[in-house]
Design a binder for this molecule. Sequence first.
Ligand code: SF4
Length: 373
Amino acid sequence: MPRDTTPMSVPSAGTVDNPADDRSSHHPFGPSRWPALMECPCWQGKPGGDAAERGTELHAIFEAVLKGNKHEPRDTFEENVIRAAESILAMAGTPQRWWIEERVQVYTPGGAKTEIYGRVDVAWQETGGDLHVVDLKMVENPDRAYRPQLLPYAFGLIGEGPVPATIHLHMAYADSGWVTHEALPIAQAWREYVEVYGRIDAIMHSPEPLSPVQSGWCNLCASFAECQAPRVVAQNVAGTLADAPEHWPEFSPARKAQLCVLADAVIKWGEAIKEHASADAKAGIAIQDESNGIYYTTQERKGRLVIPDVQQAWEILKPYLSADKYRGCLSVNQTELKSALKLAGLNPAEVNATIERCGNRLPPTLVFVRRSA
Ligand code: SF4
């Protein structure tokens, strides 16, 4: 595999996109800030701190393993990062093009190079085909959508080479070692990119001051201490708790919509509190109510059990379990299964058809998404 041989990135001072993901200097509107800006046009990165330093260390380990170097892990996070890097190497195989910690210039939808740049953690293009882009985050937060960061990297890299049929977006998480995967046909990826770029461009060039919008990014925002938007939402929430969910059928459609917005805000608020509390607990800072003795601490989450040989495991388990019970405990990681089938030489249509023949998909989950009319 062709390998990047540039030295590891060196962190620099200054504001960072996410204290837990600090790496190196960025353009003030670099793609790593786009996910937050898509939610609040006034979001600003916080200056780096301990979490930023840890993020930089973990990125350096990730990068070292991707470059084929060994690293002896000192804790679970380092083990996870190494595992994530190894799965990426296995997934990438022998690509045509391969980038690690690459500085990527952002292109306008019209095809012009902008002054905006960012740094992609790792990316590769399969021989004559699909492009894969990966970003490493410290903690998985289901409330944060990273397509607006990965798409500008993808189209920046395509700017230099053949156009793929499909773009694969991957997120690697240091708190679990998982690497997620989603595949977008090029036309859909392009439509989304044009929309995202338009929003960011409008923010960058807005002649008027923009209004802040409370979001899941507030706790990582440099303006959080003085910004009124999260407080206004909190006041609205406090004033609306009398609207018990049991009265739902009596609410007007407009009230239902307002309550959905507030419910979203409460969930995000709760996630932000948990994120701060877990950072305190990891740092040994007490979170305790002395009046009743209740305290909070962290507990290591059990990792997934990987059974390399399900047949052999069945021989061990069958004195205790029925075959049905055992089957119910097994799950298939679609990302890894798809990668394995691709490595076996199947094209994307054959991969999907083969997977469909193997089993039933669970019915899709209904999720609510906020849209503007
Ligand atoms: S604190 Fe204010 S400016 Fe910062 S992300 Fe939240 S709403 Fe936006």
